[in-house]
Design a protein around this ligand. Structure first.
Ligand SMILES: *[C@@H]1O[C@H](CO)[C@@H](O)[C@H](O)[C@H]1NC(C)=O
Length: 289
């Protein structure tokens, strides 16, 4: 059964997208055998065998930011950066089209703070969604494949476009921080490179509520927030795409990375050049190395 739904993308930079929900054989749902035709790999390089049985998402054996069902090696720096940017833009546009509330956090928010871009040394993107949105994604969009007219990496067969998979962790319902194997609630996965975006749901902090405290929020990764620091979300732009950022972004960044992270112009072998508003590799260093 194929249910192709056509959507007209509202962002000009990203041509039309198609959503389809392939038939997943239930017995091996989500594993490489059920992805036949959607992955060019036959050998699963997810670290599944070494992972505890209760862990839902498996990072690859070669790098924790790649999905081993879709990739066998890390990408060269420039390709990784392009792939990450596309990953982010396709994610934001899809969430906006289907009406799921999402915003950027952690390293992505820090990159946004500096120049509205992913930092050149980053190998992931961090986003959060509201509790209503994770429920919505789990109910209607789990394992949907989204096609974009973005050519695959140079030399790959996917020149006609790439597919992105939205996969929701069934353990999202268990909001306890004891479920430390499943702190990632969902993933947006580039099926041609294996790179992915970790999606975590911001939940009401039931523990705080039971102590009579209002407005306390949490994620399963143990980050805690005050609702008033996240909401109302602000509208901005990230990697050229419309994005939402938490209300008290500067305060949140300071709490997570320290004051210096917002002012120090040297980081990870890069210098921030005010004139160009870009992180550029220090002399004698190769970009991203
Ligand atoms: C999403 O689909 C996969 C594959 O069928 C399944 O293993 C997983 O439990 C589903 N997640 C949710 C939230 O239903």
């Amino acid at each position: 059964m194929h249910i192709p739904l056509l959507y007209f993308n509202i962002f000009l930079a990203l041509p039309r997208l198609t959503i389809s929900r392939p038939t997943w054989p239930e017995a091996n749902a989500g594993d490489i055998r059920s992805l036949q035709g959607l992955t060019r790999l036959t050998r699963d390089r997810s670290g599944k065998r070494g992972d505890p049985v209760d862990k839902y998402f498996h990072e690859s054996t070669f790098h924790s930011h790649y999905d081993g069902r879709f990739a066998e090696s890390v990408l060269p720096d420039t390709e990784r950066r392009d792939a990450l940017s596309s990953l982010l833009r396709t994610y934001l546009s899809t969430m906006s089209t289907i009406g799921a509330e999402t915003w950027i956090m952690h390293g992505s928010l820090l990159g946004w703070w500096w120049n509205r871009k992913i930092m050149p040394w980053d190998s992931d993107v961090d986003v959060q969604v509201s509790e209503t949105s994770i429920q919505f994604l789990a109910s209607y969009y789990n394992m949907t494949v989204h096609h974009f007219n973005i050519p695959g990496p140079p030399g790959s067969e996917e020149q006609a476009g790439r597919n992105y998979l939205l996969e929701v962790n069934p353990h999202w319902k268990d909001g306890s921080t004891e479920d430390y194997l499943n702190v990632i609630d969902a993933r947006w996965i580039d099926m041609s490179t294996g790179l992915f975006i970790d999606i975590t749901a911001l939940r009401r902090n039931k523990h705080a509520e039971s102590n009579g405290l209002d407005g306390h929020m949490m994620c399963k990764d143990k980050h805690v927030y005050m609702a008033k620091d996240i909401f109302p979300l602000r509208d901005s732009v990230f990697e050229g795409s419309p994005v939402k950022v938490p209300y008290s972004y500067a305060q949140l960044l300071e709490e997570e990375y320290g004051k210096e992270a917002l002012t120090a112009t040297e980081f990870e072998g890069h210098v921030f050049v005010q004139q160009s508003m870009e992180w550029t590799p220090k002399k004698g260093k190769k970009a991203g190395s």
